[in-house]
Design a binder for this molecule. Structure first.
Ligand code: GLN
Length: 600
């Protein structure tokens, strides 16, 4: 196993995840199987209990793991399926060490950060790196380890120390370090001092950079790279400039042009790792596809405008996968994506009095968009605004896509304004409602919030006589589809008949037919809601069908795209079959139920 540690200096949020994923992608173009591990040095066990406005979107994995959004980058760039263990946190490591201590496994020793915590980290990395991440079922040859935060933080100290030891555990030829730093431009002058200081910190902790990737506003002149090379004690070829680019798809090519592949090949003696010719050919094909993708993305001119009505719009990272899904779909439709962000509460009546400017701007955005999207979310704030936006979309026949909360919102709106159930609401948002059309799911814990939702890959079964459904056709007319879920509430079965009679059809349901999972309005260009989060399984060259339909309808090309989808295959058609290897008891049940579904 070859390990590439990607660390960061100066400040966080400068694109370490993208550089790490791009490095993995380049190694995939050589034919290697690449996996990834993200280390988050916070105390939370996982990202599930964290606010999206604090840390960006919570990415959901097949096995129900609630992870950092970088795992999404890895899945999309490397076209792999990761599990919860691919995201290490301080909380997880300490929990493991403390559980071991309570069992008495340390045989009377004093349990300390070094060696017990640092050993636990290294064992974890070595174990998880071996886990197959695609349907080939083969163990990867390369593992990218991304260390979150910046080197020098108190939080990351045990991980930095673990990695210092790790380079000796696995041997020099099997471990390389790529450090991502910032070269800011101050009054037009590129400053290298922060990079120098950050490399000094790194070396002081016993880690030696093999490559320094400098994030910078524009390409670095030779004088600057030479300076970094001299002061940071590395050769010129070890300094890479990652300047701002028109799209992130350029980053792998930018790294490739600066010799990243050649360097790692030598440094890690990659040629000693034999891989089959067929895999090399697959790698070459991937590189060509990626180049084509980058070029065609730059050549998009016709626009499609989407209005995203959410409640975490203050941090766009809260919706990373949604944005990626829209982008991938727009690319397939040959359109340049234009997103307008609307803070849902700005659409509400109070806003008209309190913040008239925001109110009018928000409605202007909703009324002029080609499509309206209401993504996932929790809690009451902004939901009346979302309901108003869904009403506009339904009545004016503007394409609508509701994801999770957005699906529930569409149902509430329909019940209120079509069925005339005036006070229809979700029990999550107003417990005392006389018409709880969305209710708490019986199996969910009311006392514990961490990891207790209905999580991970679940089947949706299309109902009989739903061949007309655009969503179903976009999934190549499948009987069963698998998407990832993350919710506590569901559509109240007591209202289903009434809703369907009035035209909103629950075309997709769970394996027992009891839980409503996909709604679609007949006679509308595209009015679709999904209880699942299909955004977590999109790929640049294989967009999520539900998003594709939405963008295609917004761009007026739905019939063509439906035809094109006849050969659609999900990124990993058999991913759920591998999941019993992963430590998630509730998923086994799901697999059995699906076996039942298939037999039936
Ligand atoms: N709050 C809703 C629920 O728990 C929707 C969740 C979501 O959008 N992820 O069911």
């Amino acid at each position: 196993m070859k390990y590439i540690l990607v660390s960061g200096g100066v400040i966080s949020g400068i694109g370490k995840g993208v550089i790490a994923s791009s490095t993995g992608l380049l190694l995939k173009t050589l034919g290697y199987n690449v996996t990834a591990i993200k280390i988050d040095p916070y105390m939370n066990i996982d990202a599930g209990t964290m606010s999206p406005t604090e840390h960006g979107e919570v990415f959901v994995l097949d096995d129900g793991g609630e992870a950092d959004l970088d795992l999404g980058n890895y899945e999309r760039y490397l076209n792999v399926t990761l599990g919860r263990d691919n995201n290490i946190t301080t909380g997880k490591i300490y929990r493991e060490v403390i559980e071991k201590e309570r069992r008495g496994d340390y045989l009377g020793k004093t349990v300390q950060v070094i060696p017990h915590v640092t050993d636990a980290i290294q064992d974890w990395v070595e174990r998880v790196a071996q886990v197959p991440v695609d349907e080939s079922g083969e163990a990867p040859e390369v593992c990218i380890i991304e260390l979150g935060g910046t080197v020098g933080d108190i939080e990351s100290a045990p991980f930095v120390e673990a990695m210092r030891q790790f380079q000796f555990r696995v041997g020099k030829d099997n471990f390389a370090l790529l450090h991502v730093s910032l070269v800011p431009s101050i009054n037009g002058e590129l400053k290298t001092k922060p990079t120098q200081a950050s490399i000094r910190d790194l070396r002081g902790l016993g880690l030696v950079p093999d490559l320094i990737a400098c994030r910078c506003p524009h390409a670095l002149p030779l004088s600057v790279t030479s300076k970094i090379s001299m002061f940071c004690h590395v050769a010129n070829e070890q300094v890479l400039a990652v300047h701002d680019v028109s799209s992130l798809y350029h980053v792998p090519l930018l790294l490739k042009d600066q010799g990243l592949i050649g360097f790692l090949r030598n440094r890690l003696k990659l040629d000693d790792v034999r891989i089959a010719e067929s895999r090399q050919a697959r790698g070459n094909k991937l590189l060509t596809m990626w180049k084509d993708l980058t070029i065609s993305y730059d050549r998009l001119f016709d626009k499609v405008s989407i209005c995203l009505v959410g409640k975490y719009t203050s941090l766009q990272d809260s919706y990373t996968s949604v944005i990626k899904s829209l982008e991938h779909a727009a690319m397939q439709c040959g359109r340049k994506l234009q997103i307008t962000w609307v803070e849902a509460s700005d659409l509400e009546l109070e806003a008209q009095h309190d913040r008239p400017k925001e109110f009018h701007a928000a409605w202007q955005a909703v009324c002029t968009a080609n499509g309206i999207l209401v993504p996932g979310g929790f809690g009451l704030r902004g939901t009346e605004g979302m309901i108003a936006a869904a009403k506009w979309a339904r009545e004016k026949k503007v394409p609508y896509l509701g994801i999770c909360l957005g699906f529930q919102i569409a149902v509430i709106e329909f019940c209120r304004n079509v069925l005339g159930l005036k006070d229809a609401h979700s029990a999550e948002l107003l417990e005392s409602t006389p018409h709880p059309v969305v209710i708490f799911m019986p199996e969910i814990s009311k006392t514990h919030l961490g990891g207790t939702m209905r999580l991970g890959l679940r089947p949706t079964v299309f109902q009989p006589n739903t061949e007309w459904s655009a969503v179903r056709q976009l999934y190549a007319n499948a009987d069963v589809i698998w998407e990832r879920h993350r919710h506590r509430y569901e559509v109240n079965p007591a209202y289903v008949q009434q809703v369907e009679k009035a035209g909103l059809a629950f075309v997709g349901r769970d394996e027992r037919g009891e839980r409503m999972q996909v709604a679609e309005l007949q006679g509308h260009p595209y009015f679709v809601g999904l209880q699942a989060h299909p955004e977590f399984c999109t790929r640049p060259l294989n967009p999520s069908p539900a998003f594709l339909g939405f963008i295609a309808a917004a761009a007026g090309v739905l019939p063509e795209q439906i035809k094109r989808q006849a050969n659609y295959e999900p990124p990993h058609p058999k991913a759920h079959l591998h999941m019993e290897n992963r430590d998630v008891p509730q998923v086994e049940v799901v697999t059995e139920q699906v076996a039942k579904v298939t037999v039936a």
